[in-house]
Design a protein around this ligand. Structure first.
Ligand SMILES: *Cc1c(COP(=O)(O)O)cnc(C)c1O
Length: 371
């Protein structure tokens, strides 16, 4: 039994990827060893915050970085940095703000990732100003939304965003330079640590737990000047978003390990092939390798359910997987097309076998009843 089962909760098998609803990621023993060590002794926190920022910047290529409790905190703190410019009076008054406090973003970027992104912006004292329509926006619309009250431009990179008809990041960079405004990029779930900094964004926000398998954490990486304004929030709103010393250390160790993780994914390919063969052998199920829709180096197993042979739809099969004694979560965005996908990033070989067994039980059990 795992620790959650001992607390009376279900065992979860996560074939859905990085889901906040399931606890985001599983942290490796090596990272947790560092966390345990860090939790057990004292340190000068300000120096640790600075050192952590320096180590994160080594991965991102930015001038400096600021560690946060999560990416949402990173958004609020980056916005607070832009609104207050680090002035102690403004920092102390947040989340109330006046004057130059508008945050300009595209309507197609106004997403909900489990909470509205605008909530995090308002927590940082920002007033949201949307540009463009939900499905289409032009650079001139972004430009006309900028005025004397504008504190920052805000760009969201996420699979949740509208993916077509939006304004390019390069145009955001150009406008930010032209109007001398900071450009904040929410790259919470992204894996590429360098591309947004290199493109000219001034504060880029990442989650530590999502892509990098760190314990709960996040960070803002970017220009020294703006990161200093972020650090100033520690005497204001950032206090309510405190990250402990142990998770700061866990984050930097996880970032160091990140290269190994990419390698481990390639190594998973033979296991996926085996899984595809086993699932494909079940009557009424077809399985194939599926590359990531966003072009990341991730491979998944796409399972297609033939209801004429299974007497079950993909929706039925997904629900049975999820609501059994062991809760098996899949990627279920395309159930209406008769498919779901298995994301192997958080799966052990033994868990892959448990999923295949459960699929067999579901389809064969039902076929026996129907035949
Ligand atoms: C997950 C996510 C967040 C929030 O990250 P947390 O670390 O859970 O606070 C913010 N923005 C986007 C685009 C996300 O996907």
């Amino acid at each position: 039994m795992n620790i959650y089962q001992r607390l009376g909760l279900k065992r979860v098998i996560n074939a859905s990827g990085k889901m906040t609803l399931l606890g985001v990621s599983s942290v490796s023993a090596e990272v947790m060893q560092a966390v345990t060590e860090a939790a057990g002794s004292f340190v000068e926190i300000d120096a640790l915050v600075d050192k952590t920022g320096e180590l994160i910047s080594g991965h991102t290529g930015a001038q400096d970085s600021y560690v946060t409790s999560c990416a949402s905190a990173g958004i609020a703190i980056a916005v607070a940095a832009a609104v207050t410019r680090g002035e102690p009076d403004g920092v102390a008054r947040l989340p109330e703000s006046s004057g130059r406090n508008q945050i300009v973003m595209l309507r197609g970027h106004n997403i909900d990732y489990g909470a509205p992104v605008t909530t995090a912006i308002r927590l940082g004292g920002g007033k949201v100003v949307e540009a463009g329509q939900s499905n289409l926006a032009a650079k001139w619309q972004l430009e006309t939304a900028i005025g004397p009250q504008t504190a920052a431009l805000f760009y969201v990179k996420s699979h949740h965003c509208v993916q077509k008809g939006m304004v390019a990041l390069a145009d955001f960079v150009e406008l930010a330079c032209r109007f001398d405004l900071p450009l904040i990029v929410d790259a919470a779930a992204e894996e590429d640590l360098r591309v947004y900094v290199a493109a000219g964004a001034n504060m880029v926000i990442y989650s530590g737990a999502k892509a990098f398998d760190a314990p709960t954490s996040g960070f803002i990486t970017g220009d020294k000047r703006w990161i200093a304004c972020c650090k100033a929030q520690h005497e204001g709103i950032a206090r309510a978003m405190k990250i402990g010393k142990e998770n700061m250390v866990g984050l930097v160790v996880a970032l160091d390990r990140y290269r190994d993780i990419s390698q481990a994914r390639e190594n998973q390919l033979p296991q996926l092939e085996a899984m595809i063969e086993q699932i494909g052998a079940l009557r009424g199920l077809h399985a194939e390798l599926e590359p990531d829709e966003a072009g990341r180096p991730i491979y998944r197993v796409r399972v297609k359910v033939d209801p004429t042979q299974c007497y079950l739809t993909a929706t039925d099969v997904e629900a049975k997987l999820r609501t059994g004694d062991m809760a098996m979560y899949t990627r279920h965005y395309f159930l209406h097309q008769g498919v779901f996908s298995l994301d192997p990033r958080a799966l052990h070989a033994e868990e892959m076998a448990l999923i295949v067994d459960r699929l067999r039980e579901i389809v064969e059990g039902n076929q026996h009843a129907a035949d």
